[in-house]
Design a binder for this molecule. Structure first.
Ligand SMILES: Nc1ncnc2c1ncn2[C@@H]1O[C@H](COP(=O)(O)OP(=O)(O)OP(=O)(O)O)[C@@H](O)[C@H]1O
Length: 505
């Protein structure tokens, strides 16, 4: 039986309680003292009755009750369940390299007792330990498969946590099919003139079967556009696979893209592994952040673009595939060429067709269009009630510079929808850097309306902000009408027109 005893804290009380158990010849296999409670696990204790009078005699004991689990055991149970929910192996290692804790995936993969036996290459284990688990992510072979290894220290001298990203899950993370589904140009929202022009050009470029380079600042939607071009091309029914060239060290990126032959490196899978180029045969491979590709891989990619063939890592055999390459970057490739960081010949091979995505700040009212879309989507994703943006929020969004573009906008709206406990988001809910954080429909006067706003739209934005600001102080159409010196019917109609809730006469 496991019991919890509440007591008022004093020196020696825990040992007096345990002495009572000893008197009854009861063993305690686990004891947790967390004043003002002591928890005891005693398998021999089946009936509390005979023990109660003596325990209650101990000065300071207040209450005694049986419990299912000791708090520490309960915590371990939850932590184990959480760790086991990770499909990737996760390990805690002490400063000497001994394994302290492993989740189920790690135990199944490499049931070793220390880091050096878990990783096939002892040098990698040594680097991790020598760096105090601060070494940058790198690849290592575990039971013949390449893994991306990330480590972080646990705290002074306590060792570190090691996370092995499994190769097939890396593929998952990089496979745009996972999250883009069959999104085409329809999913690329935007009605501003530069977006319309882009979509028109993209629709033409999509069907031309040549390499395509997508340029644009980070988070502008380059991957979405690349996928839309694939969906609008004759390759639409074949795979669209994506590799982020900045995310992986060179040799792992090489084996992801080109695959490897059986026995290519010590412990490699015996039958080898196809890379994205083979897996995407007759489809499209999207190379994101191409500016970050190493010069060695640039040379290998150039060769593939020139004659359609390549060799798997560690193979002598030429492999031929039919794949369209769409690449993307936010970097200035000509400037990189001038510095010798990017191959000029590759640039011309990749840049047969080009699309340039405008930054969000040049898209006028698209900010509002996208924000409303993200608002609806975030509410659906989080199971929150349907929400909308107040006039002040829309004006603040339109005035924000958006250095992180659409992704930053998407995140700002998601955060606001998740955290706000009301359904009309104000500018203060949006945590915009540099924006006013008062609940300021008052800032309707401070910021200019979105570019291209008509007179009628500007008046409507002003009215909505004005009414939203005053309504809480004059919460009925009669009171508001009296304050504004107009008829209550006019105010009631305006409240309805702007969807301001609770417009009572
Ligand atoms: N026009 C758009 N309509 C709807 N959603 C968009 C649009 N543009 C971008 N997004 C969304 O914004 C996020 C960022 O887009 P995406 O990943 O395509 O940008 P990126 O330019 O490839 O980013 P990075 O430079 O970091 O690789 C994604 O969630 C995407 O769905």
């Amino acid at each position: 039986m496991r019991i919890e005893i509440a007591f008022s804290d004093r020196v020696g009380i825990a040992s007096e309680i345990l002495t009572v158990l000893a008197h009854h010849s009861l063993d305690a296999v686990e004891v947790e003292v967390n004043p003002p409670h002591i928890y005891i696990d005693s398998p021999d204790l089946t009936d509390l009755g005979p023990l109660l009078p003596e325990l209650e005699q101990v000065q300071g004991v207040q209450a005694i009750r049986p419990v299912d689990l000791l708090p520490g055991a309960r915590r371990r149970l939850y932590l184990d369940a959480l760790l086991d929910a990770f499909a990737d192996p996760v390990l805690a290692i002490d400063a000497k390299g001994r394994m302290l804790v492993a989740n189920a995936a790690a135990s199944a993969l490499a049931p070793g007792a220390d880091l050096a036996t878990i990783l096939d290459d002892p040098a990698v284990a040594r680097d991790l330990l020598d760096s105090g688990f601060r070494a940058p992510p790198r690849e290592a072979i575990v039971r013949g498969e390449p893994y991306l290894i990330e480590a972080r220290p646990l705290g002074d001298g306590a060792g570190g946590m090691v996370h092995l990203h499994a190769p097939q899950r890396l593929g998952e993370r990089m496979n745009a099919l996972q999250h883009l589904g069959d999104v085409g140009f329809d999913g690329l929202l935007g009605a501003a003139p530069p977006m319309r022009a882009l979509k028109q050009r993209a629709a033409r470029v999509a069907s031309v079967d040549g390499p395509l380079l997508v340029l644009g600042e980070t988070g502008t939607g380059k991957e979405l556009l690349a996928h839309a071009c694939h969906r609008a091309s004759p390759r639409a029914e074949k795979p669209f696979l994506a590799l982020n060239c900045a995310a992986l060290p060179e040799s792992l990126a090489e084996s992801e893209l080109f695959g490897y032959a059986g026995g290519a490196f010590s412990g490699a899978r015996r039958d080898g592994k196809p890379g994205l180029l083979e897996l995407a045969d007759r489809g499209t491979v999207f190379l994101d952040e191409i500016g970050e590709m190493s010069l060695y891989l640039q040379a290998k990619l150039l060769r593939f673009l020139n004659d359609g063939s390549f060799r798997r890592v560690g193979s002598e055999r030429e492999t031929r595939v039919d794949v369209r390459i769409i690449s993307a970057t936010h970097r200035d490739l000509p400037a990189m060429i001038a510095k010798g960081d990017f191959r000029e010949d590759l640039y011309y091979r990749l840049n047969v067709l080009t699309l340039e995505i405008p930054p969000l700040r040049e898209r006028g009212d698209d900010v509002i269009l996208l924000a409303r879309h993200f608002c609806t989507r975030a509410a659906a994703q989080t199971g929150s009630p349907a929400c909308r943006l107040s006039a002040s929020a829309e004006i603040a969004l339109a005035a924000n510079p958006w250095p992180g573009n659409v992704r930053q906008l998407e995140n700002a709206i998601f955060r606001a929808v998740t955290l706000a406990d009301h359904t009309t988001l104000a500018s203060s809910d949006l945590e915009l850097a540099g924006a006013s954080t008062t609940t300021a429909p008052a800032d309707t006067t401070a910021a200019s309306p979105p570019e291209g706003t008509s007179w009628a739209e500007a008046v409507a934005i002003f009215e909505r902000g004005f009414l939203e600001r005053l309504y809480p102080q004059f919460p009925s159409s009669r009171k508001l009408a009296a304050r504004l010196g107009t008829s209550h019917t006019t105010i009631a109609n305006k409240l309805r027109e702007h969807g301001i809730p609770g417009g009572r006469p």
